[in-house]
Design a protein around this ligand. Structure first.
Ligand code: NAX
Ligand code: ADP
Ligand code: K
Length: 512
């Protein structure tokens, strides 16, 4: 699903108005009616008090349309105008007049006033700010937001939780609505998926607010949300006359004394994702461990006992996953440097290999184009330096990926794959995957996919999706706490099979 920038949304609004020869208020009326229908379908006339907090921009205008329609259908509605500025928009004013048709005068809230009384069981609609928030709010509006959050009433935000900016983090972390449900116009926003800003919402749903379909379809976005609908076309089917050579020989280079499990996990994930052959290159101490725990794998041992000191082999791998459990011993650093001088194979670089690169940045120049780097946030910081907020992190990460011509996968709750100035946000996975070794599993899966001739960017998008889906499917009967990395490996098959179950609809999805 495309994730449009705020500028693109405004352009879509203007295009829709011009093309259909309608007024901006007609469009607001349509959007407000869609929001009303959402409420009406769920509430069926229930008399729970609904408190609508409207700003003075178009987000507030939308809140007024909703309020009028709810009143018209007999709901128990209280409308407030958060009167933070006298620069009210035209459509706000039109709807401010129209709601008075119902003999309702919204209560104007301003600095120094007592805030409305609300009960925990009431419903709050947050229409204070939308994507137009462009500066820090005044203190009393922050206090109101804190007051709304403290009420514990179920809060539905229109478009975005008020207080979230489209392109940077909030200055005051407490001055953002903690939304239970965000009904967003047309498509989700980038801020919904970043750790610093995504925490303000529990669920979201995109609703059709009538924006011009042609514009939406032809407009390329920098950011995409990845679900089954997006990955299904990437899947490469197995051929009837295939043999194990068809699906590539994968090599996993890693392990050190006490960290051999990482190689076992990566290698078994690599097999499960469908590689034809798998070899693990490990220090001597891991020989018996690997051969016992994973009989399908071949093993090449380094001359050293406890860590890798010379990467040398006589096989022809299609892809090499490196770094898991490898350690950063000086001999290993030297071995990696020597290896990079001759290596032409695409690499999937993780864990200690990333840490070695972070302290020896010139080595990055020898990483073949189209290689994949899979840092978690700490490893990322070592590579690109500190960032001011998540938006800044993405800019720095984009510049890094471009400079070294690599695919950068930033692991997290919503893992983000970055390549060629594009961001692919993954929508599978769960907090149960925050457990030792789940990153090693991803490295193995990506290696196995590149070995099977998946184009590296497709392998990255598809592999991250499949990894998260395997984690989701592994949850059943286990729950978050008990889930282990081995469970993710065990469910890779189920994740493949799930691809061919009824596809999810591309819009109107709920965030987990
Ligand atoms: N027909 C339409 O115009 C549609 C409007 N929509 C709604 O319109 C919203 C965008 O509307 P607006 O551009 O009017 O912006 P908003 O309603 O988000 O916001 C704020 C207004 O206050 C001003 N402002 C921003 N930050 C402020 C601050 N800290 N203190 C005081 N004033 C501040 C802005 O200049 C803007 O006029 C979307 O998020 C969406 O909810 C959509 O539903 C699509 C249809
Ligand atoms: N809260 C979460 N929700 C979804 N996925 C998560 C969450 N936490 C971690 N993961 C996933 O688990 C993996 C963890 O990788 P990593 O930190 O490298 O672990 P390890 O080093 O133990 O292998 C990543 O793929 C990440 O996206
Ligand atoms: K809002």
């Amino acid at each position: 699903m495309k994730i449009y920038s705020a500028a693109q949304i405004y352009e879509a609004i203007n295009t829709t108005i011009e093309k259909n020869q309608i007024t901006s208020n007609d469009l607001m009326e349509f959007a407000g009616t869609q929001v009303f229908n959402w409420f009406h379908t769920r509430m069926q006339g229930a008399q729970v008090p609904i408190h609508i907090y409207c700003g003075i921009g178009n987000n507030g205008g939308l809140g007024l349309v909703l309020g009028r329609q709810l009143l018209h259908h007999g709901y128990n509605v209280h409308v407030y105008v958060v009167n933070f500025s006298d620069k009210r928009t035209k459509d706000f004013l039109i709807n401010y007049d129209r709601i008075k048709e119902f003999k309702i005068w919204p209560r104007l809230l301003s600095s120094g006033e007592e805030f409305p009384k609300m009960a925990k069981e009431d419903i709050i609609v947050d229409a204070i700010f939308g994507i137009g928030l462009n500066r820090e709010t005044s203190d009393w509006v922050k206090d109101l937001i804190k007051y709304i959050n403290a009420s514990e009433a179920y809060t539905v935000s229109l478009d975005v939780p008020s207080g979230l900016y489209p392109n940077h983090a909030p200055e005051d972390k407490e001055a953002v609505i903690e939304s239970n449900y965000t009904l967003t116009g047309q498509a989700p926003k980038l801020s919904f998926f970043l750790p610093e800003t995504g925490v303000y919402m529990q669920q979201w749903e995109a609703i059709d607010v009538g924006l011009d379909q042609e514009y939406l379809q032809k407009t390329d976005t920098e950011v995409q949300l990845i679900d089954k609908f997006e990955v299904l076309p990437l899947y490469i089917p197995r051929e009837k006359y295939a043999h194990k050579g068809t699906y590539g020989h994968s090599l996993i280079v890693g392990g050190s004394y006490g960290k051999m499990g990482a190689v076992t996990l990566a290698s078994s994930a690599c097999l499960r994702v469908g590689t034809g052959l798998i070899t693990a290159y490990i220090p001597e101490c891991g020989y018996a461990i690997l051969q016992t725990s994973l009989p399908e794998a071949m093993v090449i041992c380094d001359e050293r006992e406890k860590h890798i000191a010379k990467i040398q082999y006589d096989i022809e791998p299609k892809a090499i996953g490196m770094g898991v459990g490898m350690g950063t011993d000086a001999a290993t650093v030297k071995a990696l440097k020597a290896f990079l001088k001759t290596n032409k194979n695409r690499l999937i670089v993780d864990a200690d290999a990333l840490n070695i690169f972070a302290t020896n940045k010139t080595m990055l120049k020898s990483v073949p184009k189209g290689s994949i780097l899979t840092p978690h946030p700490k490893e990322l910081e070592r590579l690109i330096g500190e960032w001011t907020d998540d938006f800044d992190k993405l800019e720095k990460a984009k510049a890094f990926a471009k400079k070294y011509d690599v695919i950068l996968i930033i692991k997290g709750a919503h893992t983000i794959t970055i390549y060629d100035n594009h961001l692919y946000i993954n929508n599978t996975g769960n907090p149960g995957m925050a457990t030792a070794g789940s990153g090693d599993v991803l490295t193995g899966m990506l290696t196995g996919l590149v070995s099977q001739e998946y184009d590296p960017i497709k392998a990255a998008i598809f592999g991250v999706y499949l990894h998260g889906k395997a984690g989701d499917l592994a949850l059943s009967g286990l729950g978050y706490q008990a889930l282990t990395a081995s469970d993710i490996v065990a469910h890779i098959g189920a994740a493949y099979l799930d691809l061919f179950k009824e596809p999810e609809k591309p819009s109107a999805e709920a965030k987990k």
